[in-house]
Structure formats: structure tokens, C-alpha cells
Design a protein around this ligand. Structure first.
Ligand SMILES: C[S@@+](CC[C@H](N)C(=O)[O-])C[C@H]1O[C@@H](n2cnc3c(N)ncnc32)[C@H](O)[C@@H]1O
Length: 248
């Protein structure tokens, strides 16, 4: 373990910032205090298990980007578990991010929060993340927006970066058709009413991550495939063939 003096942290002027949101940005503020209870009543411990599935493998992360972080239960746990990691958390909901800062406790010095609509957010050109996390956030975006986001994100990652995803899924077969699909569409309708979310179907985030340059490395599922946790890594660049210089 390193001494506190060697633990990196953000300065007070860097801790939290934001900018005006769009009119059509979903409004999760009013759910911030009840979100974890809604989750517990609908899916019991499963969403939490899904989020934390790969947490023990993240102790080597040094600079993480958590998108659509919500009330920060995962991020607070990552800060507790890994005393070297600095985290940038971006979300459109100030109330959710307040919950995260509160939850982080003394670790808040290694956390920077930003209130932003991620559909039009541009990453700082100097950013360099070795971990990206999206838990139950990509489903708030259309496939086009996930493509655009993934293309921006990869430019701000290190060659060995991982992207940890938790998501709902509709598996093939009768369970998918008769149970998972209606459950997902009910969730979309509920969040549409509660937050104004306009998206109504799961995006093809796998295609987006793959097109941006990530490949799936690990996956776990729960509830017969309704919940998925994944680790994506950056694709290794194939060595370019050296062209022989024409002999004179
Ligand atoms: C369903 S919640 C998931 C929160 C958390 N990651 C979790 O695992 O519980 C979706 C989160 O994404 C945020 N969000 C949704 N659309 C967004 C957007 N366009 N830009 C930024 N944040 C957004 C919401 O404010 C909310 O905190």
C-alpha cells in the first residue's frame, strides 16, 4: 500500500463542473433518492451483482471514466477498493452526482464530476483513461449516439484500456420473446413517463464498441440472459506490412 502522500487526487477547483443541458435531456433528478429502492423492488440484488461482477479485476485501473454514473454506488465501491484510481464521472443529473459525491466520502478527492448531456459531450483532448464504465446507461441512447460516443471515447483511452458494460438484453428464444422483450419495453415506458427519456429500444452497443475499436473479452449473464455484464478491451492493431522500397 502506498502512503497517503503518494495517492493522487484532484484539486478543489477541478472537483465538479457542468453546463446547461438540452430541453430533451432525460431528467433523472427526481429519481435520485428513490432509484436504488426502485431497482431493489424490481430486480432485487441482480442489477447490483451485474455492476459489481468485474469490480475485483479493476484494482490496476489508474484513471477511470464513468458515464451515466447515476447515484454512484459502483463508483464509490471502486474508489474504496482501489486507492490509486482517479475517476471522472459524467451524468446529466446533478442530483445523481450529488448522491455519488456524498457516497464517495473521503475518497471524493479522487473524484471529478461533470454535469453534461453525453450525446453532445466532447472529451478533453488531454484525457487518457485506462478504464471506461457504463452501467445501464447505453440503453438511454440510440444506436447512432452510442456509435458517436464510442468513437470519441476510444480516442481518450490508453492502448490497454478496458470498457466495462452492464446492460439489459433480449436473448434469443422463447424467454427473450415472451419475457425479456416485454420487461424491457415496460422499463422504457416507465422511464419515458418518469424522466422524459425518448429512447424506446435497446441500442446495438456491441456493434458500436466493435466499430470503434473494442472487442469483447469477458461476459457474464443473469436472469436467463436478461442482464449482461461485459468487459471489452481495445483491439490490438495488426502490424502493418512494411512495403519494400523499390530497388533502383
Ligand atoms: C438508468 S440510470 C443508470 C445509473 C447507474 N449507472 C446505474 O447503474 O444505476 C441512467 C443514468 O444515465 C443518465 N443519463 C441518461 N441519459 C443521459 C444523457 N443523455 N447524458 C448524460 N447522462 C444521461 C441519467 O441521469 C442516469 O443517472
Amino acid at each position: 500500500m502506498s502512503s497517503p502522500a503518494t495517492v493522487r487526487r484532484f484539486g478543489p477547483d477541478e472537483a465538479s463542473f457542468g453546463c446547461p443541458l438540452r430541453n430533451d435531456t432525460p431528467k433523472f433528478d427526481r429519481l435520485a433518492h428513490v432509484y436504488r429502492w426502485m431497482e431493489w423492488l424490481s430486480f432485487g440484488p441482480y442489477l447490483s451483482r451485474c455492476r459489481r461482477a468485474f469490480l475485483p479485476r479493476l484494482s490496476d485501473a489508474r484513471h477511470a471514466l464513468v458515464l451515466g454514473d447515476g447515484d454512484g454506488r459502483f463508483t464509490a465501491a471502486l474508489l474504496r477498493q482501489n486507492e490509486h484510481v482517479l475517476i471522472d464521472a459524467v451524468d446529466a443529473s446533478s442530483a445523481m452526482l450529488d448522491g455519488l459525491r456524498h457516497r464517495a466520502g473521503a475518497d471524493v478527492r479522487r473524484l471529478r464530476t461533470e454535469i453534461r448531456d453525453l450525446r453532445e459531450w466532447s472529451i478533453k483532448p488531454t484525457a487518457c483513461y485506462d478504464l471506461v464504465v457504463t452501467h445501464f446507461f447505453l440503453d438511454c441512447l440510440t444506436t447512432d449516439k452510442v456509435f458517436a460516443l464510442a468513437e470519441r471515447v476510444i480516442l481518450a483511452t490508453t492502448p490497454n484500456a478496458r470498457w466495462v458494460v452492464s446492460e439489459f438484453a433480449v436473448p434469443n428464444g422463447a424467454f427473450g420473446r415472451w419475457v425479456a422483450r416485454p420487461v424491457v419495453s415496460l422499463l422504457y415506458r416507465a422511464f419515458g413517463v418518469l424522466t422524459g427519456l425518448q429512447v424506446r429500444q435497446l441500442p446495438d452497443y456491441s456493434a458500436a464498441l466493435s466499430a470503434a475499436g473494442f472487442s469483447l473479452e469477458k461476459q457474464r449473464t443473469w436472469l436467463l440472459g436478461l442482464l449482461v455484464a461485459q468487459v471489452w478491451g481495445r483491439k490490438k492493431r495488426r502490424p502493418e506490412h512494411r512495403r519494400e522500397a523499390p530497388s533502383s
